[in-house]
Ligand binder design. Structure first.
Ligand code: NAI
Ligand code: MG
Length: 359
C-alpha cells in the first residue's frame, strides 16, 4: 500500500474533505520565515484546485517574545487547538534567547498540548543525490521521554528526568507496526534498555506485546549505539525505525544526512487518537539555522515536502504527489541551493519547484 493510502486510512475522516480546512502558519525564527514563504504559495495553489481552506499567519517567535514578553498566550493556544485543523511550522530558536524559553513554550507546548505523539520522518534521497532507492522512515515519539522538561540544577549536580508512559509508547509503536506491515518491510526499535532499565524497559515490553500481534512483521529491538553504527555502514536493510523522543531526534538527523542533509528532510506530527480538532503539524526537521538566516541560503525542500505530507494527511493525495513530483523534477533538472552544491537562493529553489507543478 502506498504511504498516502496508509496515512489516509489511518487518520483522515472523509468529512474533512467537505468542510473548510483551517491551517495556522507559524513561521517562527531564523530561516523559518524564509522557508515558510516557499510553502505558502503551495497552499494558495491547493486552494486554486478547489480545496476549501483558510490560513491564518501567527507571528509567535523570538521577535514577538523579545518585544512583548509573550511566548504562546493561553488564548492563542486554545484557539489553535479548537479552531484549526492543522499547523504548518517553520522553526524556533534564537541566539538572543539562550535558554530557548520561547521555543519550549511555543513548539514543545504544541507538540505536548495537542498530544502529537507520532513524529514521522521519512528519508528518500531525491534525484541526483547519492543512495538512490533508499527508503527509511523514522517514527519518533514526540511528546515525552527525555524532553519532558522535568529536572533540576543544583550546585555540582544536574538532573533531567525522562518520563515514558505506556499509552504514548503504545500509540507510537502501533503506528510504526502498521506502517511496516503496510510497506512489507522490517521494523527496528532503537533502545538502550540494557542501562535505561525502567523507561526503555517499558518500550521493549510494549514492543514485544505488539510483535506477538504482528507475526508477519520482521521486527527486532537493537541497542541504539549499535544501530547507529549499522546504519552508517549500510542503511538499506532498515525500513522503519521506531524510537523515543531523544533517540528519534538523533537518529532522524542521521537519516536526514543520507538524503541530502538538514535542508531536505521533511516531517509530520500527528495525534492518532485525535483528542482535539487540531491534530497535525507539518514542519521541516531542521531548526532555525541562525548561521545562514536572512541570507536566502536556506533550502526550502524540507518545508515544501513537509507541506506535501500534510496534504496527504488531509486526504489531498493528488496535490501531495504533484508537489513531490515537482520537487523531484526540479532536482532532476539540476536546481540546487548551496547546501546541495548549487547556487539558487531559497526563493529561486521555491520558484523552480512551483514552475514544475503542472508537469
Ligand atoms: P539547525 O537545524 O538549525 O542547523 C544545523 C545545520 O544545518 C546548520 O549548519 C544549518 O545551517 C543547516 N541547515 C538547517 N536548515 C537548513 C536549510 N533549510 N537549508 C540549508 N541548511 C540548513 O540546528 P542547530 O544549529 O542545532 O540549531 C539552531 C537553532 O534551531 C537552535 O536554537 C535550536 O534550538 C533550534 N532548533 C529548532 C528546531 C525546531 O524548531 N523544530 C529543531 C532543531 C533545532
Ligand atoms: Mg533534531
Amino acid at each position: 500500500m502506498a504511504p498516502s493510502a496508509w496515512i489516509r486510512e489511518q487518520e483522515t475522516e472523509p468529512s474533512i474533505l467537505d468542510v473548510t480546512t483551517r491551517i495556522a502558519l507559524i513561521p517562527g525564527d531564523g530561516v523559518g520565515p524564509e522557508v515558510m514563504a516557499e510553502a505558502e504559495p503551495l497552499i494558495d495553489w491547493a486552494r486554486s484546485r478547489g480545496h476549501r481552506l483558510e490560513t491564518v499567519r501567527l507571528s509567535y517567535g523570538a521577535d514577538h517574545y523579545l518585544s512583548t514578553g509573550e511566548t504562546l498566550p493561553e488564548e492563542a493556544y486554545a484557539d489553535l487547538r479548537d479552531g484549526f485543523d492543522a499547523v504548518i511550522f517553520g522553526a524556533v530558536g534564537d541566539p538572543r534567547i539562550p535558554d530557548g524559553r520561547h521555543a519550549e513554550e511555543i513548539l514543545l507546548r504544541l507538540r505536548r498540548g495537542l498530544e502529537l505523539t507520532v513524529n514521522f520522518r521519512p528519508c528518500q534521497p531525491l534525484p541526483g543525490l547519492s543512495r538512490q532507492g533508499l527508503h527509511l522512515e523514522v517514527f519518533r515519539e514526540n511528546t515525552e521521554g527525555a524532553y519532558c522538561l522535568q529536572g533540576s540544577t543544583e550546585p555540582g549536580r544536574a538532573v533531567d528526568l525522562a518520563v515514558h508512559t505506556e499509552v504514548a509508547v503504545l500509540r507510537l509503536l502501533e503506528v510504526a507496526f502498521a506502517r511496516a506491515q503496510a510497506r512489507g518491510c522490517a521494523l527496528t526499535l532503537a533502545h538502550k534498555a540494557n542501562v535505561l532499565k525502567h523507561g526503555h524497559g517499558l518500550w521493549v515490553r510494549v514492543f514485544q506485546s505488539l510483535q506477538a500481534a504482528h507475526p508477519d512483521v520482521p521486527a527486532r529491538g537493537m541497542h541504539a549505539d549499535a544501530l547507529l553504527c549499522a546504519l552508517v555502514q549500510d542503511p538499506a536493510p532498515f525500513g522503519v525505525i521506531a524510537a523515543d523522543n531523544y533517540l528519534g531526534d538523533l537518529i532522524s538527523d542521521l537519516t536526514a544526512a543520507f538524503a541530502g542533509g538538514m535542508g531536505t528532510a521533511p516531517s509530520l506530527s500527528w495525534a492518532p487518537h485525535r483528542p482535539f480538532r487540531c491534530a497535525v503539524l507539518a514542519e521541516p526537521v531542521h531548526g532555525s539555522a541562525p548561521d545562514i538566516a536572512g541570507k536566502g541560503l536556506a533550502n526550502p525542500v524540507g518545508m515544501i515536502l513537509s507541506t506535501a505530507l500534510l496534504f496527504r494527511h488531509l486526504g489531498w493525495e493528488s496535490e501531495a504527489e504533484t508537489v513531490e513530483r515537482a520537487v523531484a523534477a526540479a532536482m532532476r533538472d539540476g536546481a540546487r541551493t548551496r547546501d546541495l552544491g548549487g547556487s539558487l537562493s531559497t526563493a529561486g529553489m521555491g520558484a523552480a519547484i512551483r514552475d514544475r507543478l503542472s508537469g
